[in-house]
Write a protein that binds this ligand. Structure first.
Ligand code: TEU
Ligand code: CA
Length: 545
């Protein structure tokens, strides 16, 4: 298993600060709120906390539009609050990972204010400017993820600037070595403050070459990442994970190969995008297909079996809730949430838990566009309706895949506003907080939360779960995901029924074992014979004798 790193057996918990815990009744989550929940996180057993951006920002994209990289957004707290959070987390054996958003800044960043003031300004070249096309209009056809052209004309310097997200998120020009050096200095400033690493926002974009309309995997992308590694975190014992929607198994080996000196791992999204519509993307998703999901997850397990490293996740702040997307939030919420946790967390790689996933939080059934807050949803609502989509159809898409599904307040208790705030929450709380909340979960040994805690501990107790070779089984079965992990004579077998039906499957000889049941969402299993009857969403793991 080559080089063994401590984070190979870690579990990372993602916090969306705006929605996690509000300590001062302004309806917005904040750093002291997170600090007040460290005991909860320690009890769960997670090792690292990835905080979505906490930096000064006009909050056009809830912090993914940064106006000051070296200051905390006032509504989240102060640098002193941050230092206290880091030290309190460390006292409990947990580290803090920050969200590095360096593909773009906010248009309110001083760099952009100077850059746009004149073509002669020394910082003009920190961003990407082009003349209008001949005859006027945007320089080329590049479009923004949040709808419309990726170019906006700035009259103060008479040029267009590039923004692959909102027009208030101008892209930085990574071809400029002065810009890169400013970024590296900022990264070292945070590393010196004791953080445990970075999650890197759309990092596959920083090598873009706009005149060839190349956005991802640009010509110098890996040169920049190797330079960044060398200039900042390379010789520190920290974790780095790149968000790379474009990643393939091949490029993932370039990002995370042991000898590459780039990143620890990347987030790939093939298991997410394989369900999206060709034209309408996430706003018209296709029905769930276990066969496709199994083949994607297996492909990635096999591709990074001997080098590189997988991240493992169902959700994040951009994705729908796992139990609603891949499980059965209505019929079998408990069983299917535990099944999803089991089948993902026993794969090879570092598991990520998105806030609320550990208590089975679900998508939010908003009925009006006014309830939504996410700039992507609001922009795409306007554009899809202009293109003729009905409001009902768009709302269906937003209900299924909109980012706000993951951004409703963390449900701590069955008290007012789910215990998230004593003020008015910035976004509505999901009404099911009275039955789905942390307070109920932590005192129930059969809760989803207790199931996650057991999985996190299993990873620490069994090297075969961390380093065991992955082998898929029953590939053609439409309802069951089965795989084994093997290492130095240890064999773990994992079975998951992704259906709401009682099913019986025939087991080949190599799966007919006796052993110790490591975890289950029904009753213990110790012996597997020729045929296996599984209950709805049943999942279990056996350590063979
Ligand atoms: O997301 C990158 C990104 O591509 C997603 O926004 C994706 O396009 C979208 O969710 C699919 O519909 C990162 C952050 O995770 C996201 O929250 C930010 O909005 C975005 O970058 C810009 O910083
Ligand atoms: Ca607050």
């Amino acid at each position: 298993h080559g080089l063994q790193m401590w984070w190979h057996q870690s579990t990372i918990y993602q916090i969306y600060p705006r929605s996690f815990a509000d300590s001062n009744a302004d309806g917005i989550g904040d750093l002291p709120g997170i600090t007040s929940k460290l005991e909860y996180l320690k009890a769960l057993g997670v090792d690292l906390l990835w905080l979505s951006p906490i930096f000064a920002s006009p909050m056009d994209d809830n912090g993914y539009d940064i106006s000051d990289y070296r200051n905390i957004a006032p509504e989240y707290g102060s640098l002193a609050d941050f230092d206290f959070l880091v030290s309190e987390a460390r006292h409990r054996g947990m580290g803090v990972i920050l969200d590095l958003v360096v593909n773009h800044t906010s248009d309110e960043h001083p760099w952009f204010q100077q850059a746009r003031s004149s073509r002669k300004n020394p910082l003009h070249d920190f961003y990407i400017w082009r003349e209008p096309a001949i005859g006027g209009g945007p320089p080329n056809g590049l479009t923004s993820s949040f709808g419309g052209s990726a170019w906006t004309f700035d009259p103060s310097c008479g040029q267009y600037y590039l923004h692959l997200f909102s027009r208030r998120q101008p892209d930085l020009n990574w071809e400029n070595p002065l810009l890169r050096s400013e970024i590296y200095q900022m990264m070292n400033w945070w590393l010196d403050r004791g953080i445990s690493g970075f999650r890197m926002d759309v990092i596959d974009y920083i090598g873009k070459s706009v005149d060839q309309s190349i956005i991802t995997d640009g010509p110098h992308l890996h040169d920049y990442l190797q330079e960044m590694n060398h200039m900042t975190f390379g010789d520190r014992d920290v974790v780095t994970v790149g968000e790379t929607w474009s990643a393939t198994p091949g490029s993932a080996l370039l990002y995370s190969g042991r000898e590459r000196h780039e990143l620890s791992m990347v987030f790939q999204f093939e298991h997410v995008t394989q369900q999206w519509d060709e034209i309408y993307g996430k706003w018209r998703s296709r029905p769930f297909d276990l066969g496709k999901l199994k083949s994607v997850l297996s492909k990635w397990q096999l591709a990074l079996a001997d080098d590189g490293w997988n991240s493992l996740f169902w959700g994040n702040h951009d994705l729908p809730r796992a139990v609603s997307k891949y499980g059965d939030a209505k019929g079998f919420p408990l069983e299917s949430a535990k099944m999803l946790a089991t089948v993902l967390n026993l794969l090879k790689g570092t598991p990520f838990i998105y806030q609320g996933e550990e208590i089975g939080m679900t998508n939010v059934p908003f009925t009006k566009i006014e309830q939504y807050r996410d700039i992507e949803t609001l922009n795409m609502h306007r554009l899809h309706l202009e293109a003729g989509m009905s409001p009902e159809e768009f709302l269906k898409g937003a209900n299924e895949n909109g980012r706000d599904n993951a951004r409703t307040p963390m449900q701590w208790s069955d008290g007012a506003n789910a215990g998230f705030t004593t003020g008015i929450p910035w976004i509505e709380v999901n009404e099911n907080y009275t039955i789905i909340n942390a307070e109920h979960a932590i005192s129930d040994e059969h809760s989803i939360w207790s199931h996650y805690r057991k999985l996190i501990r299993l990873r620490k107790e069994h090297r075969v779960i961390v380093y065991g070779r992955y082998q898929s089984h029953l590939e053609s079965h439409p309802d069951v995901f089965a795989y084994t992990r093997s290492l130095d004579g240890s064999l773990v077998l994992v079975f998951a029924n992704f259906s709401a039906r009682q099913i019986t499957i025939e087991l080949p000889n190599e799966l007919q074992v006796t052993g110790k049941c490591l975890i289950t969402n029904y009753s213990d299993r110790g012996e597997l014979g020729g045929s296996l009857s599984m209950s709805p969403y049943e999942a279990f793991a056996i350590l063979a004798d």
